[in-house]
Design a protein around this ligand. Structure first.
Ligand code: ATP
Ligand code: MG
Length: 361
């Protein structure tokens, strides 16, 4: 439930490229909610490639300190990456996930009813700290040529907390379904699909699968949530054939990465897809798209991914009603189809789309 607060302190990190254009739009929408949420206080914070070029730090210590000590949550835009490896530079978003222990990447992917396209309304919950991303690789010479290895880490702790988050999201979606404007396709009780490949990787994926299963078995609250499993290959096939059968999907890092980009392709533009980086104590909203240098500064970036990320941030803090209000306003703009950015075939600007959404709040 939402903590009782008089203000909501939010760290705003637009970072690079179109992040600088779309994060202010999310801010305007949050402001327009008025008394539906505690008065938001926005704290602008620095990070990114531009910042690195100016001051030699992609993620200044001050940014981390303010986020940890002063903020209730945050919004992150996007970072440009240098085209070649630069000494001393590493991605600030990866570092932020570590510093704040944001161990889950949560990405809802949904279509809007009335707009042609596949029926999809699922949430992908991707483990964000281990799997092949621990980056332990080695390479050796052998008589047959070079041979390389990568170590894949799957732990009980990480699998258990990501599993718990998936089931909690499933419970929350069950609540949301009771709200009038829910546009889900999956009709039954909430369902968690565990993605793995334990027929081949019986030790690592076996541990992931067993641990997530145990999360449900050990917790009374999750009794009413259905649980099923999909091998990752079959997951991809079914997601493209019949995406409407999925509700909440939980996966180890690499599978999660792949299926979440695949799912984003099902709903049209990258400019529509939001995400949050979530831990136990902190949540950061982030549009899925990158810095989009090809359209930077032209006022044509779609602000919807960021606006929806702000909605997710609110929902994760317990403000589900105002969060749903944002989504309803966004859906109604999409459905009307008149005020859209060029990525969706429209002629409107970033600002015009934002204002249209605010008008409908
Ligand atoms: P980066 O290296 O920062 O990821 P990128 O070149 O991969 O940058 P993305 O931001 O990932 O670019 O975008 C890929 C394509 O999708 C680009 O053509 C971009 O213009 C388009 N795109 C991404 N986000 C949006 C948006 N919010 N609105 C409109 N088009 C977008
Ligand atoms: Mg990209």
């Amino acid at each position: 439930a939402a903590a009782i607060r008089s203000t909501l302190k939010l760290g705003m990190i637009p970072a690079d490229g179109i992040g600088k254009e779309v994060i202010p739009c999310a801010q305007r929408v949050l402001e327009a909610l008025g008394s539906a949420i505690p008065k938001p206080e926005f704290i602008p914070l620095l990070a990114g490639w531009e910042e690195f070029k100016k001051n030699g730090k992609a993620l200044p210590e001050e940014t981390i300190r303010v986020l940890k000590e002063e903020c209730d949550g945050a919004m992150f835009g996007s970072v440009s990456s240098p085209s070649h490896k630069v000494q001393g530079y590493s991605s600030p978003i990866v570092a932020l996930r570590k510093h704040l222990d944001l161990y889950a990447n949560v990405r809802p992917v949904s279509s809007v009813s009335g707009i042609p396209g596949p029926k999809i309304n699922m949430v992908i919950v991707r483990e964000n700290t281990e799997c092949l991303y621990i980056k332990k690789e080695e390479i050796h010479d052998s008589p047959q040529g070079k041979i390389s290895f990568a170590t894949r880490q799957i732990s009980e702790r990480a699998s258990s907390r990501i599993g718990k988050m998936a089931f909690e999201i499933a419970l929350r979606r069950a609540e949301e379904r009771k709200v009038k404007n829910w546009e889900g396709w999956w009709e039954g009780p909430s369902k968690v699909t565990i993605v793995h490949k334990s027929n081949v990787l019986s030790v690592t994926d076996g541990l992931f699968r067993e641990t997530v299963r145990k999360v449900k078995e050990m917790d009374e609250r999750f009794k009413g949530v259905l649980m099923e499993e999909q091998l990752v290959d079959s997951m991809v096939y079914r997601m493209f054939r019949e995406p409407e059968i999925f509700d909440v999907v939980v996966a180890p890092n690499l599978y999660g990465d792949i299926i979440s980009d695949g799912a984003a392709a099902l709903v049209g533009s990258l400019g529509l897809v939001p995400s949050i980086n979530a831990g136990d104590d902190f949540v950061m909203g982030e549009p899925v798209h990158g810095s989009a240098p090809d359209i930077e500064g032209k006022g044509m970036a779609n602000p919807i991914a960021s606006i929806r990320s702000a909605s997710l941030l609110l929902a994760s803090m317990g403000y589900t009603t105002p969060a749903a209000k944002i989504n309803t306003a966004v859906d109604s703009v999409l459905l009307q189809g008149k005020v859209l950015t060029p990525d969706l075939g429209g002629k409107s600007t970033t600002t015009e789309v934002t204002e249209e959404i605010i008008k409908r709040l």
